[in-house]
Ligand binder design. Structure first.
Ligand code: AMP
Ligand code: MG
Length: 347
């Protein structure tokens, strides 16, 4: 009796061990390992671009290298300060031959100018030069005289840009016009990098953060929202946030008067210029825009900054698929009706 029992126990033991082995093996074979995120900080666009990515099929190293190449390529192609870039040549000669991508980017910039009633205006460059916010090595930050501003204002109007699709050429209709795509290029670069990453690894996840403009590559670990802090515009601490939003896809951009500025006689002068007055836009400390793509988020953040805190058209802009939150100089907050939705952690 005892012998038989011990025999049975042994059989049960072997069966249980076999079962456990099979379960363990199937876990090893069928379960996916947790994505491994890799991060790289890339100095480009006069800021630091932070790329945090995990591949599904492709190693993150490969994705990072490709993204890095694309970012430098976009910068060298469109920066007004890079010799022989498309924008540099256009500013120098008043015309330039363009490829499909450049045509699209100029057309987009003009469309955003039209949509925002000229609050976003790519011909802002002469004003940026005057105030010393043009990023050129030689530029000096200073308050220009009213006369200087008036002179330059006559060259600032996006309607001076002519796009000739047939001959693939962009030109100026007035001598002295200068463009700067600094208000759109970063956003466009984010969209392009995300598109490229998804093209070679559709299930890659992560985010790209280009100095306040963030695009989601894919949700964290394939399912969770990324937690994004919105910077407190009144703090010198870059990491202090005033609010938190959650994104599993899409993009968010914040424009703040803390990004680039100088102080003269107690007044703060920053880099977002009102194309109508020629002065840094008044009344706002920061604008955050959530949009399906970073080109829209980037340009609308700049435009809404220019349009001011009392902007009666704030809600109207949700027709373009965006949500926005604006913070006035004295800390008041206004936001579009759907912005609050992004404060909810859905997962
Ligand atoms: P951001 O840092 O995204 O707010 O973009 C501001 C950048 O856009 C500046 O550094 C300028 O290069 C450019 N910019 C400033 N004011 C304007 C404007 N009114 N329209 C278009 N671009 C602008
Ligand atoms: Mg912007």
């Amino acid at each position: 009796m005892w012998r038989k029992n011990s025999h049975n126990v042994r059989i049960y033991f072997y069966l249980a061990a076999l079962g456990a082995g099979i379960i363990l093996l199937s876990i090893l074979i069928f379960s996916k390992p947790m994505p491994v995120y890799e991060e790289k900080i890339i100095p480009v666009f006069g800021t630091y671009v932070r790329l945090n990515v995990a591949g599904d099929k492709v190693s993150p190293d490969v994705l990072i290298k490709m993204a890095e190449r694309e970012l430098y390529q976009i910068h060298n192609k469109y920066s007004a300060n890079v010799e022989n870039s498309i924008v540099w040549e256009l500013n120098k000669n008043g015309k330039v031959k363009v490829d499909d991508e450049a045509l699209f980017l100029f057309q987009s910039a003009i469309n955003y100018a039209i949509i925002t009633g000229g609050a976003f205006d790519p011909t802002i460059r002469p004003l940026l030069e005057l105030w010393g916010f043009d990023d050129a090595n030689s530029s000096e930050k200073r308050v220009p005289s009213q006369e200087e501003i008036n002179n330059v204002l006559s060259y600032v109007d996006y309607r001076f840009i002519n796009i000739d699709e047939k001959n693939m050429e962009v030109s100026f209709l007035k001598e002295g016009v200068q463009v700067d795509l600094g208000g759109i290029a970063k956003g466009y670069a984010i969209d392009l990098v995300i598109q490229r990453i998804r093209a070679i690894d559709p299930k890659a996840t992560g985010f790209i953060d280009a100095g306040g403009d963030i695009g989601i590559i894919g949700p964290k670990f394939g399912e969770l929202a990324w937690v994004i802090g919105i910077r407190d515009p009144f703090s010198n601490d870059t990491f202090k946030s005033m609010d938190t939003i959650y994104l599993t896809d899409g993009t968010v951009a914040t424009s703040g008067d803390y990004e680039r500025f100088f102080v003269q006689n107690g007044t703060k002068y920053h880099h977002i210029i009102d194309p109508q007055t020629g002065y840094p836009a008044q009344g706002i400390s920061s604008v955050t825009v959530i949009a399906p793509n970073a080109t829209a988020a980037d340009t609308f953040a700049t435009a809404l900054f220019v349009l001011g805190f009392d902007n009666p058209a704030l809600e109207y802009f949700t027709n373009f698929g965006i949500q926005a939150m604006i913070v006035s100089n004295n800390g008041e907050i206004r936001e579009t009706s759907g912005f609050n939705y992004f404060r909810e952690k859905l997962k």
